[in-house]
Design a protein around this ligand. Sequence first.
Ligand SMILES: CC(C)(COP(=O)(O)OP(=O)(O)OC[C@H]1O[C@@H](n2cnc3c(N)ncnc32)[C@H](O)[C@@H]1OP(=O)(O)O)[C@@H](O)C(=O)NCCC(=O)NCCS
Length: 248
Amino acid sequence: MDEPSGAPVTHKSPQKPPPGTRLIPMDLEREDERTILHDQRLICGWAINKIPKWRQSIAKGDRTLFWIALPLSHKTDQTPTLHHSPVEGDAEEILPVGHIALDRIDDPEDGVAPDPTLVSGDGSVLTISALFVLPAFQSFGLGAFAMDGLEAMARTERYGSVKCRAVTVNTLSKRYLEGPEDDPDGRGRWKRLGETPPKRDNALWYARRGYVPYKEEVRYWSDLPNGERLGWVGVFMRKELDGADAIC
Ligand SMILES: CC(C)(COP(=O)(O)OP(=O)(O)OC[C@H]1O[C@@H](n2cnc3c(N)ncnc32)[C@H](O)[C@@H]1OP(=O)(O)O)[C@@H](O)C(=O)NCCC(=O)NCCS
């Protein structure tokens, strides 16, 4: 799928998603939902091949993936719609413009051990992952809306746990976005991949939402054309939920 173009929402207010924006649980047993998710992951560039694994995790109850969905009035020619049939209520056509996961397990890339600080077995710590908003729909408050929604759902038995006291995220360390262009372990590393550094620091975005960094370590891997595997340091961040006692 080509990257969508054109501004779908005329009022550019980062903290106010359009009325009717919703989080809708994904059904990865359906081929049309898997196809749309795959197309969105291709644009995102990470975890493109994890959909079969995510499908299994959902079936086991370890994870819920949600569509970030807009009303059809925001449809563009490039954005596919989805026929959604809820367990309760009437079937409808929705516009899935991004996705996000709430996880009871840590499910890192192959070859990386699950991190015990990201989730806890008793449900008191859960992790949010796989956040993505299609570029044409970014900066309209949808990312913030999705995070708010999952932080609330984390404390429900249906999607999280009533014991949940904190949520975590992990993302690329800012070391790859700053410093000299020729630092092979910093900003200069993108040259080895033939790519340019990302313009935005996701850790900063999470920090603005109350997430506090607590450690950095190698978390992601890239395969280079010469067969070499390149490890990337991730930053781990945590937010205590409102009304919950800190449990450090
Ligand atoms: C990060 C992401 C989910 C944010 O979604 P969004 O819907 O654009 O976020 P919001 O509209 O709620 O927030 C927008 C604000 O955050 C800023 N912002 C958006 N993405 C940002 C990023 N990656 N880093 C820092 N700031 C960012 C915007 O400039 C805007 O700030 P402003 O009002 O000062 O201009 C989105 O940019 C995205 O999908 N990026 C690609 C995938 C990705 O990096 N996911 C996170 C993986 S850990």
